[in-house]
Design a protein around this ligand. Structure first.
Ligand SMILES: Cc1cc2nc3c(=O)[nH]c(=O)nc-3n(C[C@H](O)[C@H](O)[C@H](O)COP(=O)(O)O)c2cc1C
Length: 199
């Protein structure tokens, strides 16, 4: 079976690509506008791209033809965001925060998500997330109707018991959720195994 993407409308391309390029990590992103309204939303067009500087990127689209999603709009205003990793107990509420709310209405308040202050930026983080990455915007790249927010990670919070002091994971403790076929499929990461690399 083949797909010629040049002959396929963008919506179908999205479904095909987003279903095949899986599993994807999920960035649960908090941002604030100038008034301090706190926003949370999940983004699975996301990954880490380097460590020097510590680089992440994710791709928030538009609400409609002209209006950027609140996450992108807030980053344009304040240039700061927190990326949280999500584990299974947080899956339902993470998906609930993907509902489209009017700008300025907070998913964090709506779902009673507890927050904690960040260390190096002013955007608060979600207390129950296993991992929180405090980020500043490096740049935002627009390609066609895609928007890629590139960020530098400045500070990391890891839930107690997940990692040792040197940054090695404690075996069997960290199970981030993965995004699978579009629109609603996910995978657990509880069945992990090791393949040693050649010398
Ligand atoms: C698991 C998951 C992953 C998502 N990934 C993306 C994504 O990569 N890009 C995007 O534009 N929207 C994505 N969405 C949809 C947004 O979360 C949704 O449009 C949300 O309302 C945006 O919120 P905001 O306007 O507060 O930023 C995703 C939704 C879910 C449930």
């Amino acid at each position: 079976m083949t797909f010629d993407l040049e002959a396929i409308p963008p919506g179908d391309r999205y479904r095909i690509l987003a279903s095949l390029v899986t599993p994807r990590p999920i960035a649960w992103v908090t941002t604030q506008d100038h008034e301090g309204n706190l926003n949370a939303a999940p983004y699975s067009f996301f990954n880490v791209f380097g460590s020097n500087p510590p680089l992440v990127a994710f791709a928030p689209g538009n609400k409609d033809r002209r209006t950027p999603k609140d996450t992108a709009r807030n980053i344009r205003e304040t240039r700061e965001f927190v990326i949280h990793m999500v584990d299974e107990p947080l899956g339902e509420v993470m998906v609930a925060t993907s509902a489209t709310l009017p700008h300025g209405e907070s998913e964090v308040d709506l779902h009673n998500l507890a927050t904690l202050p960040s260390q190096k930026i002013s955007v608060p983080r979600i207390a129950d997330a296993p991992v929180a990455l405090e980020c500043i915007e490096h740049s935002t790249i627009e390609i066609g109707t895609n928007r890629l927010v590139v960020g530098i990670v400045r500070f990391i919070h890891v839930r107690e018991g997940l990692m040792d002091e040197k940054g090695y994971l404690q075996p069997g403790q960290y199970h981030p959720l993965a995004r699978m076929a579009s629109p609603d499929w996910y995978s657990r990461t509880s069945d992990q195994f090791e393949i040693p690399r050649p010398d």
